[in-house]
Design a protein around this ligand. Sequence first.
Ligand SMILES: NC(=O)c1ccc[n+]([C@@H]2O[C@H](COP(=O)([O-])OP(=O)(O)OC[C@H]3O[C@@H](n4cnc5c(N)ncnc54)[C@H](OP(=O)(O)O)[C@@H]3O)[C@@H](O)[C@H]2O)c1
Length: 275
Amino acid sequence: MRLLGLGSNWSVAGRVVLVTGASSGIGAGVVRDLVGRGGTVVAVARRAELLEDLVTSTRGGPGRVEAHACDLTRADDVDRLVTNVRDSVGRVDVLVNNAGRSIRRSIAVSHDRAHDFERTMAINYLGAVRLTLGLVPTMLAQGEGHVVNVVTAGVQLRSPLFSAYIASKSALDAFGRIMAREMRDQGVTVTNVRLPLVRTDMIAPTDEFATAPALSVDQAAERVRRAIECRPIAVNELHATAFELLSVLAPGLADRMSHWASRGLTESRAAMRRG
Ligand SMILES: NC(=O)c1ccc[n+]([C@@H]2O[C@H](COP(=O)([O-])OP(=O)(O)OC[C@H]3O[C@@H](n4cnc5c(N)ncnc54)[C@H](OP(=O)(O)O)[C@@H]3O)[C@@H](O)[C@H]2O)c1
């Protein structure tokens, strides 16, 4: 089992899990799921009022939610979060790096939009890395810890129109894998969850996604929980892994197929508004 990258079944009951991006979508779904299983969940995002709604709606257990408002793109905010969490709950058994933003815009219309690349990196990569670095000393001192990076099947598919988003998620995917290799003997593990499309606010600005097949928030939250319980190296979509394999074996064919599949796609409404 270890060779396949699968660990044993681990229970969240009585454990502390920090979930970023907990105010909406997948993150909020993960919080509700883990609290229902007896976990203590540290819920992190900028919108404090939505985090408080989670605290209220999950009161009565079996687990509990502690809300910590934080802008993960601000180094001082992240440092404060790490200190506050250490003071309030003491330990963090699992970190779920879920906060993120997506941008769908082709490179051809991005000549004056370097900030798209900076802001996706700021939250999807640097924010997650900074928080991970802040919590690693505690995990190493505990002799155990697990990090779940919520990334995207796009890191395998390399889909056109998503260069800023997928490059930032690929950076986090690579960081996580290297961290796991470095800490293999120290009890700290990492799973990259490469999700397909999930029906949340994030995909709403893209008209084509309105009718595309997508997971529900509950289905996505279940994948994240399984990543916590079983600690595989990655949670992949079969079609994305097959395409990644094709990209290695026949890269020219993979490029042609990806180009062909994206020909009918349009810029998102935000991109057309130059938002
Ligand atoms: N939906 C999909 O199809 C899909 C597919 C694959 C992967 N994912 C990934 O899943 C994760 C969750 O996305 P979602 O679909 O659930 O979208 P969502 O509802 O828009 O959630 C994004 C979350 O990130 C938080 N966030 C954004 N910027 C932040 C910042 N600077 N500091 C702290 N928190 C911040 C938001 O909270 P505040 O605004 O309150 O700060 C929000 O809770 C993302 O990493 C996304 O890339 C989504």
